[in-house]
Design a protein around this ligand. Structure first.
Ligand code: PLP
Length: 460
């Protein structure tokens, strides 16, 4: 009976691209998608992948410079992750951690996470996704202040154009105006300050000066609300979905100082930045902060299977454990054994292949150099990288610091050229962004840069 699953074909059935697109349009409501618009155009059907490449249903090879959705850190086709999933599925495909039970993969993963994360983290709360992780953050920080007898500390401060997920709390923490416009968001007691985006908001200042000014907006907001009402500040070390906005080096240390000054919890959303993306294990290490909580997902399993969670620093863990009693929160898949087994294999692979060092010492600096060389292009207003995240801003007139009118949708035009030329790059407004798998080599970066330059030329 064991073989029934193994003998099933990997792909459900073989159909033509048109047949796939038709069934897709008839039945599948895609995330963040204009349903009718996509039905007219037809989806691109991705059928297989290896290393940093994808293939579509017409056999075209595509360089995936986005690691799927910022998640396939170890690249596609890693047998050890597949083996871990297969072995765990046969042995124990599911058991929960609700009623005083636990499972070996969840325990071992919790232990390993406490080793690869910064030293203040010894405990983890598992979720199924990054959004659920950030929902957990909201409940946990409020619960923490409740236990300490300060229930009036309810407000969580985050940033415009930050992204923290799509659940009610995740999307409320996020500062995406398009999301807030639908479904009655944000939920109460969440407030947003402006982002540290120098090109847009830093006129007349050096980047370092601007970093301190942008951080001072947090202090202003804390004082206008009243520090005794503020529970936490949350941010991505580098805003990902907002357009790979790398803050000035002065920003995060100043944010840390302000949080410390008012005793406010600092939460680092590491869903994108975690597991090597910035050239350290976690983005907070690159930015020089010591957060109380860290949300993670994506790179923890390299996207091979869904898993997320929250690392809980000792300051909070002590209170929650020793004084909290029951925490009435959790998910069916908190600590899913198969997901945890895949995460273990994934983290061990990152360790064995020294992928964090590979980003920090080799391909990260190389990417920075290559991206900087794009500044000679007439369309390019600025380039930014951090580890293996990068952005190219397309502008109308770089000498005059002038953006394109947004209705031209220049980013979307460029993205279309990328798609047609075998490259997946994402457009956030006019910021063209990448986050390739950490296994990428210098030769593959060269290959990617040829495609990027070609697409910029076609957009001109
Ligand atoms: N936080 C950040 C920084 C993210 O980039 C994302 C997803 O892109 C999330 C949270 C939400 O994670 P998920 O899509 O797994 O719910």
């Amino acid at each position: 009976h064991n073989n029934i699953v193994l003998q099933a074909p990997a792909v459900a059935s073989q159909r033509s691209t048109r047949e796939w697109q038709q069934a897709d349009a008839e039945h599948f409501l895609h995330p963040f998608t204009d349903f009718a618009g996509l039905a007219k155009k037809g989806s691109r059907i991705i059928t297989k992948a290896d290393n940093i490449y994808l293939w579509d249903s017409d056999g075209h090879k595509i360089l995936d410079a986005m690691s799927g959705l910022w998640c396939v850190n170890v690249g596609y086709g890693q047998a050890s992750l597949v083996d871990a999933a297969t072995r765990q599925m046969k042995e124990l495909p599911f058991y929960n951690a609700f009623f005083q039970t636990s499972t070996p993969p969840a325990i071992e993963l919790a232990e390993l996470l406490s080793k690869v994360t910064p030293p203040q983290f010894k405990h983890v709360f598992f979720t199924g996704s990054g959004s659920e992780g950030n929902d957990t953050v909201v409940r946990m920080v409020r619960r923490y202040w409740d236990i300490l007898g300060q229930p009036e500390r309810q407000v969580i401060i985050s940033r415009h154009n930050g992204y923290h997920g799509s659940t009610m709390a995740g999307a409320s923490l996020g500062g995406m105006s398009g999301m807030h416009a639908q479904g009655g968001l944000p939920i109460p007691n969440i407030t947003h300050i402006d982002q540290p985006y120098w090109w847009e908001n830093g006129a007349g200042m050096s980047r370092d000066e601007f970093g301190k000014v942008a951080a001072s907006w947090l202090e202003e907001r804390i004082l206008s609300i009243g520090p005794e009402k503020v529970a936490a500040f949350i941010g991505e070390p580098v805003q990902g979905a907002g357009g790979v906005i790398v803050p000035p080096a002065t920003y995060w240390p100043e944010i840390q100082r302000i949080c410390d000054k008012y005793g406010i919890l600092l939460v680092s959303d590491e869903v994108i930045c975690g597991f090597g993306r910035t050239g350290q294990w976690f983005g907070c290490e690159t930015m020089g902060t010591k957060p109380d909580l860290m949300t993670f997902a994506k790179g923890v399993t390299s996207g091979y299977i869904p898993l997320g969670g929250v690392m809980v620093g000792e300051r909070m863990a002590k209170v929650l454990i020793e004084q909290g009693g029951e925490f009435n929160h959790g998910f069916t898949y908190s600590g899913h054994p198969v997901a945890c087994a895949v995460a273990l294999a994934n983290i061990r692979l990152i360790q064995q292949q020294k992928l964090v060092e590979h980003v920090h010492d080799d391909v990260g600096p190389y990417l920075a150099q290559q991206f900087a060389s794009l500044n000679d292009h007439p369309l390019v207003g600025e380039t930014q990288t951090c580890g293996l995240m990068g952005a190219v801003l397309l502008v109308k007139d770089k000498a005059k610091h002038q953006a394109f009118p947004s209705d031209l949708e220049v980013g979307m035009v460029c993205r279309g050229h990328c798609f047609g030329n075998g490259l997946i790059m994402r457009a956030v407004g006019d910021r063209m962004i990448i986050a390739p798998p950490l296994v990428i080599t210098r030769a593959q970066i060269d290959e990617m840069m040829v495609l990027i330059r070609r697409c910029l030329d076609l957009t001109l």
